[in-house]
Design a protein around this ligand. Structure first.
Ligand code: SAH
Ligand code: SF4
Length: 372
């Protein structure tokens, strides 16, 4: 048997494996605990597993994380890791420390097939989807950096996850779902679903499933209140226009006043930032348990937008706030190391669709290729 990475396999995958080697199912729990509670990187450490079983594990699997190709620390404490995967492709993960929490911004794809005009990642064509192993691996690298093994009970450096790194998570749903199921498992990494937020640019057909199966918080990249503007900023809007997107938000399972949907709105000077836009926003989201996260535009080399002025952002925020919605302005973090929202990009090169499919015979077709 080849040497697959055991990180990223589901409990069910492990159960099937142990069944195939005639080993009782309780070994799943033991191995799981070593991998995801203790964070061990060698089968030798699994002392309650009999040596012959450990040997079989060793013959079949490796325990591997992505390697950190470049680590950078911003002057505000934000850390960005360029992670390299087994095939040499790369993606970035970012850790944002705050007083009472630490948020890990996780990538779901190498690059992105979508081409939102204001986003650096969008200028890099998708190379491929990340596997569940590579998504969980980002969390494990961060845990390694902070020495957070075994899973701490109290305050954690990596206490929250936002699926807001490179890529569109709902175009890589199966791998993202598998990874998040591992991350929330309370016998392992044990992060509450309430501490996980998945951000989508508006992949309407996948939103219901995301809410039902994953139960994570949803953030929606709205960014405009008129279809003609959103068609340009977020080209996916041509496929799933604002009305359909908001209907899907209204139907999002488990959204309520205690668990609101976050609408992300990037503030672009003269494009989407007028008082009339703010009023229209309020009208559009009526009836949705929502908060609005205003994101000052983060520039990147070659970007052709400007950030709205602080006064404009503040006026916009006031209008939304007065209508009864929380409307915080996201403080840009890690701008000096291009780690802020929309600044991530790796140098992985585009490969053709045919090559991508050939290189991933066992993976489901990336839905993104069909929808791009
Ligand atoms: N693909 C997903 C998640 C990744 S992007 C999505 O689009 O939602 C995370 C957030 O950063 C999104 O709201 C995105 O629109 C925003 N963003 C992208 N480029 C940005 C930039 N240059 N400045 C500020 N926010 C940006
Ligand atoms: Fe992709 Fe999100 Fe960037 Fe749009 S904003 S290009 S969906 S990563």
């Amino acid at each position: 048997m080849g040497q697959d990475n055991i990180i990223g396999l589901s409990r069910e995958d492990l159960a099937n494996y142990f069944q195939s080697i005639d080993t009782p199912n309780f070994r799943v729990q033991q191995v799981w605990n070593w991998l995801y509670h203790h964070g061990v990187t060698s089968f030798d450490r699994m002392v309650n597993i009999p040596a012959p079983v450990r040997q079989k594990l060793e013959d079949s699997f490796i325990i591997a994380r992505p390697t950190v190709a470049v680590a950078q620390t911003s002057n505000d404490g934000t850390q960005k890791w360029l992670l390299r995967f087994a095939d040499g492709e790369e993606a970035e993960a970012v850790h944002i420390p705050e007083v009472d929490r630490g948020t890990l911004c996780v990538s779901s794809q190498v690059g992105c097939t979508l081409t939102c005009k204001f986003c650096h990642t969008g200028t890099q064509k998708l190379v491929r989807n990340l596997t569940s192993s590579e998504i969980v691996g980002q969390m494990m690298v961060a845990r390694d950096v902070f020495g957070e093994w075994p899973s701490p009970v109290g305050m954690r450096h990596v206490s929250n996850i936002v699926m807001m790194g490179m890529g569109e998570p709902l175009y890589n749903y199966d791998n993202v779902a598998k990874a998040l199921m591992i991350i929330v498992d309370n016998q392992g990494i044990s992060l509450s679903r309430r501490r996980i937020t998945l951000s989508t640019s508006g992949v309407v057909p996948m939103m219901q499933r995301c809410g039902e199966e994953l139960g994570v918080n949803l953030a929606v990249s709205l960014h405009a209140v008129r279809n003609d503007v959103r068609d340009i900023l977020v080209p996916l809007n041509k496929k799933y226009p604002i009305e359909e997107l908001l209907d899907a938000c209204r139907a999002y399972p488990r959204a309520n006043n205690a668990r609101r949907i976050t609408f992300e709105y990037v503030m672009l000077k003269g494009v989407n930032d007028s008082p009339a836009d703010a009023k229209e926003l309020v009208r559009l989201i009526k009836g949705i348990p929502a908060k609005i996260n205003l994101i000052p535009f983060n520039p990147w080399p070659g970007s052709d937008f400007e950030c709205s002025t602080p006064q404009t952002i503040s006026n916009f925020s006031d209008i939304v706030f007065r209508a009864g919605y929380s409307s915080p302005v996201r403080t840009p973090r890690g701008r000096d190391i291009l780690a802020a929202c929309g600044q991530l990009k790796s140098e992985s090169i585009k490969v053709s669709k045919s090559k991508l499919l050939k290189s991933q015979p066992t993976e489901p077709l990336p839905q993104s290729l069909d929808a791009a």
